[in-house]
Ligand binder design. Structure first.
Ligand SMILES: Nc1ncnc2c1ncn2[C@@H]1O[C@H](COP(=O)(O)OP(=O)(O)OP(=O)(O)O)[C@@H](O)[C@H]1O
Ligand SMILES: [Mg+2]
Length: 375
């Protein structure tokens, strides 16, 4: 039973259409709902605070009243028992346009958890093709996209844990942002450096919360940036208080994730060789992010010059020849942005080789001093 036409137009109140007998092939596997509240506000009515005491009991309760209702993302279901006419919005349904039946898993998204301060939804308008080069990692992202659109096609063999590593400023974070934006699914970002808290046990709890939160959505990406900060090789773990506890929490969650289709963990690091072996072996795939080639630098210059408010006298090809071993970030931030600022400060109407040379030399001088001293 498909209701495509309906779902593409105005979200309908799903519970207003009910199918008497739900055929197994039409049955929703899982739906995630969030509270929408009452349709009217009357002075004596306050929106209640709903807290699920027993997940299984709630599912029985919810299935019983919504059995046969369409599971369409964006549509609404209304409670008919304890809180008559209290609305819930279906935020995801697997598969979309299916029907709630006896076996549908029903999850109520917990608002408080979503607001956990360390877990952020990234918003950007990037797409995967905005990242220049890094073709293998981009292909993997396309596979992830296919998987999340149609997990059944992969069975038990979907992607789970992926590691991006390589030089700073080469597009690791950018690609994950682009993927999340392309997919339009919840995206949970955690900076591993924030996990080492003041109290022993904080970091491990945050890891559990992070994965638990992601499990509440049908599909989610967990991005652990700068993973080396916590998943340090055991040889360094003793130097950093509660780190081994965090590593253990991460290991158990990464193992559990394979049972949760639709959840993918991507981690990024500049120092893969410092990673704990047990953590590293959990990644089914690793992708190295390399510094851009001359041709790729030309593309990167072209891309960012097109958004500069001033014209640049030099061609992207020429600029590329002058910037051997520069990363995408160096090109954007250290060459173009810096040149633009010099030109504006000097009241110039375009960027000439003078500003470009000054910026390049300045960057080269700075990169001679060691940046990352391991303490
Ligand atoms: N391959 C690329 N294509 C286009 N732009 C890039 C590329 N690499 C880097 N950039 C630009 O540089 C910025 C910084 O890159 P990003 O934050 O993705 O680097 P990173 O690999 O995550 O670095 P780090 O290891 O330091 O976290 C990007 O937001 C983008 O503007
Ligand atoms: Mg990064």
């Amino acid at each position: 039973m498909k209701l495509n036409n309906l779902s593409q137009e105005i979200p309908i109140a799903a519970s207003s259409i009910v199918f008497a007998n739900v055929d197994k092939k039409d049955e929703a596997k899982k739906i995630v709902i969030e509270e929408a509240g009452f349709p009217f506000k009357l002075n004596f009515m306050e929106n209640p605070k709903i807290e699920i005491k027993d997940k299984t009991l709630f599912e029985h309760y919810a299935r019983e009243q919504w059995y046969g209702s369409p599971a369409i993302e964006g549509s609404y279901l209304f409670d008919q028992k304890i809180l008559p006419d209290y609305g819930f919005k279906i935020i995801s349904a697997i598969p979309n346009d299916s029907i709630i039946g006896d076996n549908t898993e029903i999850i109520l998204l917990n608002e408080e958890k979503r607001e956990n301060e360390n877990i952020k939804k990234i918003e950007s308008n990037l797409t995967i093709n905005d990242v220049i080069g890094q073709e293998k990692a981009k292909n993997k992202c396309k596979i992830i996209k296919k998987y999340l659109e149609n997990p059944e096609q992969f069975g038990e063999w979907g992607p789970n844990n992926i590691l991006f590593y390589g030089n700073p400023g080469t597009g690791k974070t950018m690609l994950v942002k682009a993927l999340s934006n392309d997919l339009d699914i919840p995206f949970h970002l955690i900076k591993a450096t924030n996990l080492i808290g003041d109290h022993v046990g904080d970091g491990a709890r945050q890891i559990h919360d992070l994965f638990e939160n992601a499990r509440e959505s049908t599909h989610a990406i967990i991005f652990i940036d700068e993973i080396d900060a916590i998943a340090l090789h055991r040889q360094y773990q003793s130097l950093r208080g509660d780190v081994s506890e965090i590593v253990n929490a991460l290991l158990s969650e990464m193992d559990g994730i394979s049972e949760n289709e639709g959840i993918i963990t991507i981690a990024a690091t500049n120092n893969p060789e410092q990673l704990d072996f047990a953590v590293r072996s959990r990644f089914e795939d690793e992708f190295e992010f390399t510094l851009p080639t001359e041709a790729e630098r030309t593309e990167i210059f072209k891309k960012y010059i097109s958004t500069l408010p001033l014209k640049v006298e030099l061609t992207p090809k020429k600029l590329s020849k002058m910037t051997d071993k520069f990363s995408g970030r160096d090109i954007k931030e250290k060459v173009l942005k810096s040149s633009l600022h010099i030109a504006i400060a000097d009241g110039k109407e375009k960027i000439t080789s003078k500003e470009i040379n000054a910026s390049i030399n300045n960057h080269l001088k700075k990169s001679e001093t060691p940046k990352n001293m391991f303490v």
